[in-house]
Every structure is written in C-alpha cells, then in structure tokens.
Design a protein around this ligand. Sequence first.
Ligand SMILES: CC(C)(COP(=O)(O)OP(=O)(O)OC[C@H]1O[C@@H](n2cnc3c(N)ncnc32)[C@H](O)[C@@H]1OP(=O)(O)O)[C@@H](O)C(=O)NCCC(=O)NCCS
Length: 146
Amino acid sequence: MADVPRLKSLLDEVYADYPFPIGGGWNDSLLRDALRDGAGLALVTGEGDAEVFQAFIIYRRLEDILDLTVLATARSFRRTGAMTVLFHHFLNHLQSARIWLEVHEANTAAVAFYEQLGFSFQGRRPNYYRDGGTALLYSLEKRLPK
Ligand SMILES: CC(C)(COP(=O)(O)OP(=O)(O)OC[C@H]1O[C@@H](n2cnc3c(N)ncnc32)[C@H](O)[C@@H]1OP(=O)(O)O)[C@@H](O)C(=O)NCCC(=O)NCCS
C-alpha cells in the first residue's frame, strides 16, 4: 500500500503517452482497492532515494481464473525487457492457472507483448472502454508439468 503513489505516478506517464484508455481511470484510492482485492508485484531497482519502479502488475483471482487488472512499464524502461522479466517471474511463481485480460484494440504495444508471450485471442467486447473502444480478450493457460 505504501507504494501506491509510485504506481500512480508511473500510470500518469502512461496516461500522458497513450491516447486511449488503459483500464480504469486509476487514482490512489482505486489502486488501493485493486491491491486489497488482489495482489501486485513490481520490478524495482535501487534503494531509498535511488529506488526506481520499472514495471508493475496487479492481478486478482476470480475462482479458477487470474484476471490481470493493470500492468505497466515506466516510460524510460519500455522496450528494455522489463515487463518480460516481471511477467516470467509472475508465471514461474504460479501454480496452474488460466490468466485472462482485456486490452484496448488500439493498444498495439500491449497486444504485441501478450501475443509474443503466447496469449491467445478469445473474443471482442465492443464499446467496453469509455472512449467507445473495443476490448480484445486474451487468455493464457499455465499448467503444472506432468
Ligand atoms: C505493454 C507494456 C507493458 C510492455 O512492457 P515492456 O516492458 O515495454 O515490454 P518488453 O520490453 O518486455 O517487450 C517484450 C516484447 O513485447 C513486444 N512489444 C513490447 N512493446 C512493443 C511495442 N511498443 N511495439 C511492438 N511490440 C512490442 C515485443 O515483442 C517485445 O520484444 P522486443 O523488444 O525484443 O521486440 C508497455 O508498453 C506499457 O507499459 N504500456 C502502457 C500500459 C499498458 O498498455 N498496459 C497494458 C494494458 S493494462
């Protein structure tokens, strides 16, 4: 919870950089609710005043599904492999799970990111976002090795 202001300032960079909605209109209170309803992990370097949040993921468990609530990489670390590192850490620590997410159809960076991880397209939800944009639904199955 103490990290919520850092997550919010990272999301403020995202809002400044992308012209379409990224999930909900996140503020500190909604981020705290999302962390209470689920869990989060972040890729952090440095300590104290030199601490830098490179990327974070917030997710929640809905019965046997893990729903990705929001994830983002700080502007200066995008396309450096930060989210790949964090996402593989996240996957490696899961038992078997089906992961679901929605992504704005105009969010080509996120779609490319999910597809190269092996997420498969499941369908569309028209008019899902506040700008009238369509959500693309993706899922990924993580199974325990036999
Ligand atoms: C989507 C996002 C999280 C990706 O994070 P990232 O740390 O930049 O991703 P990585 O550097 O680990 O990229 C891994 C691969 O994903 C794909 N990818 C990532 N960004 C891409 C882009 N802008 N265009 C095309 N492919 C991209 C590439 O295949 C990339 O591998 P490569 O760089 O070797 O070609 C980041 O762009 C972001 O924070 N976007 C804004 C927030 C957002 O859209 N969140 C998702 C919706 S909730």
